[in-house]
Design a protein around this ligand. Structure first.
Ligand code: MN3
Length: 256
């Protein structure tokens, strides 16, 4: 399995390129939004994180996840800067990397789909819950799908550039609900942006992260001598009916 490169990078952190063209997510997310969001805002977090770490060589061998997992171990003088800007880098990398150009064929499949049904009831319930949670995040922040240390997936929201508690959760997917992520196109209509975002999720990448995270959680539990993790049910899971109603599918093509 391909390891997430995110875990391996250390100082100086480098701005990652988008894994698709700047315009490739239009009309759901416009090229203009992506340009400002990725090339300006995300880059600024990378620069500020490197600036904060520059005079602390003892931290230069740590990955972003390691820096964010134990913030209490960071020198007090740079703790806030590393948490805010490191979070800004981590969150934006996961966000941009979790999307792909829209196509009608994409659905979660296999083990990930089975796990979604196990933990949320159905794909439709999952979709409603993550949208509702992200929409309900007061002011700026993110909506998340994470794998809990107990082996089940959870949905949550975080404020500002906070990451979920990485001692307990492994992030699988996130969505940026800062206004800069959608205001140029959607103004205050966060729900419309979330509907559009949901159509862009790169499920293949989320599935890779899930399988890798599940193996990591399982290994730790075995080492601790704890019981079995919840497993997915036997047999092939399938999406019984499209989670998009016909009206929603039609509506998609009129997204600004
Ligand atoms: Mn952002």
């Amino acid at each position: 399995m391909i390891k997430e490169a995110m875990k391996e990078e250390t100082y100086p952190f480098v701005m990652r390129c988008l894994p698709y063209e700047t315009y490739a997510l239009a009309p759901c997310i416009s090229a203009e939004t992506q340009l400002y969001h990725h090339d300006r805002l995300y880059k600024a977090y990378v620069d500020r994180l490197n600036g904060a770490l520059a005079n602390y060589p003892a931290l230069h061998g740590l990955s972003l996840r390691e820096l964010l997992k134990w913030p209490e171990n960071l020198p007090e003088a740079i703790r806030t800067a590393v948490v805010r800007n490191g979070g800004g880098v981590y969150n934006h990398q996961l966000y941009f990397d979790s999307m792909q150009p829209f196509c009608m064929e994409q659905d979660p499949k296999g083990v990930l789909l089975e796990a979604i049904i196990r933990d949320f009831g159905s794909l439709r319930d999952f979709r409603e819950l993550i949208k509702e949670t992200a929409e309900g995040q007061f002011a700026s922040g993110y909506g998340w799908l994470v794998l809990d240390a107990d082996g089940t997936m959870k949905i949550m929201a975080t404020a500002n550039q906070d990451v979920p508690d990485l001692k307990r959760y492994i992030p699988l997917l996130n969505v940026d609900v800062w206004e800069h992520a959608y205001y140029l196109q959607y103004q205050n209509r966060r729900a419309d942006y979330l509907n559009a975002w949901f159509r862009l999720i790169n499920w293949r990448k989320v599935a890779c992260r899930y399988e890798e995270a599940y193996a990591e959680v399982e290994e730790k539990r075995l080492l601790r001598g704890e019981g079995d993790l919840p497993t997915v049910f036997e047999g092939e899971a399938s999406v019984e009916d499209s989670w998009l109603s016909e009206a929603e599918e039609t509506e998609f093509f009129f997204v600004p």
